[in-house]
Design a protein around this ligand. Structure first.
Ligand code: AMP
Ligand code: MG
Length: 411
């Protein structure tokens, strides 16, 4: 058995970031910038009103209440040639350009429309500059907005659009082929024949692949047949950037994944000192035009498959996308009930329910059944506690915990 650290280093050292590509900023969300971005334009591009109200010269409302003639109107997207004089007001909407001569906006709530809108009563004075959003208030032209390596969140993508960075250089999303192996698997809803089970790993792993920021490609169930599997793997290597298989990597007589991949690819078959997910395979398969396509051979037991993906495939796939955070956040959590275990030479990855408690710390509790076939209990976990070899975590003890989900938090 090898250490998880050794397995991880082996995998990560063979999964470098992909080559940069140019994409429209509208398609860049969720990717990572491969080049820094300098703002080509000011945002906002012109001084505009922050409110609906009346553009004025501040001195003319200094002694409010005061009545002013309304000499025009300007809506968002429009403009006016009128140069505002002291003693005049122009009706203005949010986002409309501030007319020349005006230096402040009185919000509509502080006014009263008179004579059908031809005059306005201003009830309150405003200082010069109030409710005027200046040119470049948000972004100054020429500013280095983002460095290479920045994750493009929805807000970052919005900013890129706002400065007209219409095309940006990014590390593209990894296209990951996912296939399940096993003659016992069915996914067509038909009544189960003796020995058959419903296939579940593919849907789970495709979801995990997408959650990691990759593009998942469903290659279905592949029978335990060497020729069929070989054809499926070759096709996947030609059309995808990475391959995730589940099943057939342990010591069984029908573990054809092992037989086929050993022939096709430069594979390393590992027994990792962890529980669950001891068997794991990784290698590089030659794809079209000599590309090396990483293959992650995950075990078939559903919980093992998921944990194996989390510990080894997910960080590698995120590294291929140059993601600044390839790992889940790790926190030192408290286990109020402890997490019991016996020494067996392995690190245990215990599925837990994590929640923030009043003192600001994270508390974790086992979700119950921890068998590698018991996906239902694991499905209730939002975190994985890393319990080192030994006698477990004592009651109230601390345990390093990987936080899986930010949407399933019980606060
Ligand atoms: P294997 O790794 O192929 O020896 O499979 C280990 C266990 O996981 C067996 O009980 C399989 O039936 C089960 N298994 C394998 N693949 C899947 C799958 N895609 N969905 C659900 N269970 C699976
Ligand atoms: Mg199998």
């Amino acid at each position: 058995m090898i250490d998880i650290t050794e397995a991880r280093e082996y995998v990560l050292s063979r999964c470098p970031p992909a080559a940069a590509q140019q994409v429209p900023c509208r398609e860049a969300t969720g990717l990572v910038l491969a080049q820094s971005v300098v703002a080509a334009e000011d945002v906002p591009p012109f001084a505009n009103s922050a409110v609906d109200g009346y553009a004025v010269v501040a001195v003319s409302v200094a002694h409010a209440p005061v009545e002013l003639p309304v000499v025009g109107e300007v809506a968002a997207g429009a403009s006016t040639d009128h140069v505002l004089q002291p003693g005049e007001a122009i009706r203005i909407m949010t986002g409309a350009p501030v007319p020349a001569g005006a230096d402040a906006i009185v919000m509509v709530e502080d006014t009263e429309r008179l004579d059908g809108g031809s005059r306005v009563l201003v009830r309150r004075s405003v200082a010069a500059g109030v409710a005027v959003r200046g040119v470049g208030d948000d972004v100054r032209q020429g500013t280095e907005l983002y460095l290479a390596g920045t994750f493009i969140s929805p807000a970052v993508a919005g900013v890129l659009c706002s400065v007209n960075a219409a095309v940006v250089s990014v590390v593209p999303a990894v296209r990951v082929a996912v296939l399940s192996t096993g003659d016992e698997l069915v996914d067509d809803g038909s009544p189960l024949q003796p020995g058959q089970i419903r296939e579940s790993n593919r849907t789970m792993l495709l979801g995990a692949v997408r959650e990691a920021g990759c593009i998942g490609i469903d290659l279905g169930i592949v029978r335990d047949d060497e020729a069929v599997l070989e054809a499926a793997l070759r096709a996947a290597a030609d059309s995808c950037d990475a391959i995730v298989t589940s099943g057939g990597v342990s010591m069984g007589d029908y573990d054809v994944v092992k037989a086929v991949l050993s022939r096709l690819a430069d594979m390393r078959w590992m027994q990792i000192a962890i529980k669950p997910a001891k068997p794991f395979a990784f290698g590089l398969l030659a794809g079209a035009s000599g590309r090396e396509v990483p293959v992650f051979g995950l075990p078939g037991n559903p919980v093992s498959s998921l944990v194996s993906f989390e510990l080894l495939a997910r960080p590698a796939l995120r590294q291929m996308m140059a993601h600044p955070h390839i790992d889940r956040p790790l926190v030192a959590a408290v286990a109020p009930d402890g997490l019991a275990r016996r020494p067996d030479g392995k690190t245990h990855y215990v599925r837990v329910a994590a929640r923030f408690v009043a003192d600001g710390r994270v508390h974790v509790q086992s979700v119950g059944a921890q068998g590698s076939h018991q996906l239902a209990a694991t499905s209730l976990a939002n975190a994985i506690a890393v319990v080192p070899d030994g006698n477990g975590v004592p009651v109230g003890g601390t345990v390093d915990t990987m936080l899986l989900s930010t949407t399933q938090w019980v606060v």
